[in-house]
Design a protein around this ligand. Structure first.
Ligand code: TRP
Ligand code: ZN
Length: 507
């Protein structure tokens, strides 16, 4: 591009040169990744998405998915070409109404070359038409589309969206969503936000609308048979819950936990401030995975989470993410403590509320449980590495760090921070460094040493650091006949551990 303009100038075509926008000279391809050190190919460069309109038709019997996703974006540079993250078979791409060339590269890159260069700052409309059997598409032995006996589910972190819609797949590019799915009558669809449905002979269309900014991995889709219930909380918030009819012995425990969503979101609002989204809910499909995921406003639970009876602790964990993770999202995946440390700490607060062990007792117990040579302490929750992003230490040592903060600033300032931060960064992205600066501002205390000790040191901090695991008052918290230093297991301990399945099996 630049070369041709120079030639024109040399030819004396000055008038022509002046009519060409100077910026077109720098047009180039958008980067294949957004620049996340843990996942170099996650997201893309050169544009910013404001809205996804995802229109699908799915046949559970054959796993046939047909889709049209329309993306509204703005170019952030002059673009000759740009990428989307997607793994399904593409039939056609239009950019601003014109057919565009497309090709694939790497694991998940869809490279789009529009007919015309897009100028920085201008709106871009991308239409991608596709058809595939998503349950059969694998990358490195992994499929983001989980087939179930009666349909399929997508709920994954850090990435899963490429198995059902093309996107700029990174938490820093949030957007609003419309998800509309046509399925044979008798099949239900779950996605994010309030629901409306419409009928046509033999088919039902489910329309979900997410009006608040949403990170791509927090968009979820489930198609299958569900007992779908709609209600409202006393404050008027729509609540959607859904259960596969195939949950067997887990059915009662799953419902006894997830049906408490409205009550638990009210309790958490007292701790974290107003609930940030237009609806809340949870669904339990007939999958064999072990984990739960904080999909925005509509949480994904595996039946395995309820295999040992009801577990409100996991519901509290995933609901806490609606503030810590969903409304306020990580700026880079290395900042994952901002999600998991706080969601785990919310479980500790729930335990404290239920008189099943205080957060301090849980912190002390966790501290004592892992001897100094346990690899648990070699992981820095503040920068665990891509391979350990969801390691137990990010959650458990991460929650100790929050108890340490509570001890350092006192309960009044501490709870002001817990509630103030989600308001400060509502619908945005953040780093741990920014959280530390905020906590220092609210508390008036320098916290560098505390953050270093608990988040950025690959070793067990000394006994008593920040008031964690200091010698208990005579007898208090010590199991009868236990070795000195051994503590009674808090009553909530096992239920909290049951929410950990993902640490061993997460991708
Ligand atoms: N964020 C999830 C939680 O703790 C855990 C998780 C990590 C996960 N990776 C995942 C869940 C992949 C599902 C799939 O609540
Ligand atoms: Zn979590």
């Amino acid at each position: 591009m630049r070369k041709r303009l120079i030639v024109s100038a040399a030819a004396g075509a000055l008038a022509l040169l002046l009519t060409v926008p100077a910026s077109a000279a720098q047009a180039g391809p958008g980067a294949a990744g957004i620049g996340d050190p843990y996942y170099p190919y996650a997201g893309n460069g050169g544009y910013d998405v404001s809205h996804y309109d995802i229109r699908l038709k799915y046949q559970p019997a054959t796993d046939e998915l047909e889709g049209t996703t329309t993306i509204l974006a703005t170019a952030t540079q002059d673009l000759s070409r740009f990428n989307l993250d997607f793994v399904l078979q593409v039939k056609e791409v239009l950019v601003n109404g014109r057919a565009a060339k497309f090709a694939t590269s790497g694991d998940q890159e869809l490279e789009i070359t529009p007919a015309r260069t897009i100028a920085k700052g201008s709106p871009v409309t991308v239409v991608v038409r596709y058809a595939d059997k998503p349950g059969e598409v694998e990358r490195g032995g992994f499929s983001g589309w989980i087939r179930t006996p009666d349909g399929g589910v997508v709920a994954n972190e850090p990435e899963g969206s490429a198995w059902w819609y093309p996107s700029n797949d990174h938490p820093t590019d949030k957007a609003t969503f419309d998800v509309s799915v046509l399925v044979p009558n008798g099949t239900q669809v779950i996605s994010n936000g309030p629901l409306t449905t419409s009928q046509r002979p033999g088919w039902t269309r489910y329309n979900y609308r997410q009006t608040k900014p949403q990170a791509t991995y927090l968009a979820t889709l489930a198609v299958g048979k569900f007992d779908l219930r709609q209600d409202t909380t006393p404050s008027g918030l729509p609540v959607i819950t859904a259960y596969s009819p195939d949950l067997g012995v887990n059915a009662g425990a799953a419902q006894a936990s997830v049906e408490r969503t409205g009550e638990l979101v009210d309790w958490l609002s007292g701790v974290f401030g107003p609930y940030p989204f237009d609806s809340v809910g949870g669904y339990v499909p007939n999958v064999t995975t072990g984990y739960a995921l904080e999909t925005q406003g509509q949480i994904f639970y595996s039946p395995a989470q309820f295999a040992r009876g009801a577990n409100t602790s996991v519901v509290v964990h995933e609901l806490a993410h609606q503030w810590y993770g969903d409304s306020v999202s990580v700026q880079r995946w290395s900042e994952i403590w901002l999600n998991e440390g706080f969601a785990r700490y919310a479980q500790w607060l729930w335990s404290e509320h239920e008189n099943e062990g205080t957060a301090q007792e849980l912190a002390d117990f966790t501290y004592d449980l892992h001897p100094a040579d346990d690899p648990f302490w070699s992981i820095e929750p503040g920068d665990p590495g891509a391979d350990h992003q969801f390691a137990g230490a990010v959650y458990d040592r991460g929650a100790i760090a929050i108890q340490a903060l509570r001890n350092a600033v006192g309960d009044d300032r501490f709870f002001a921070i817990l509630k103030g931060w989600p308001a400060e960064r509502k619908y945005g992205n953040a780093t741990i460094q920014q959280f530390q600066a905020y906590a220092e501002r609210v508390s008036g205390k320098p916290l560098g040493e505390l953050f270093n000790t608990w988040l950025y040191t690959p070793a067990k901090p000394p006994v008593g650091s920040s008031g964690v695991a200091a010698a208990p008052a005579a007898g208090a918290g010590l199991a009868a006949g236990a070795a000195p230093g051994a503590r009674t297991e808090p009553k909530s301990w096992k239920k909290i551990q049951e929410t950990n399945t993902v640490h061993e099996h997460g991708r």
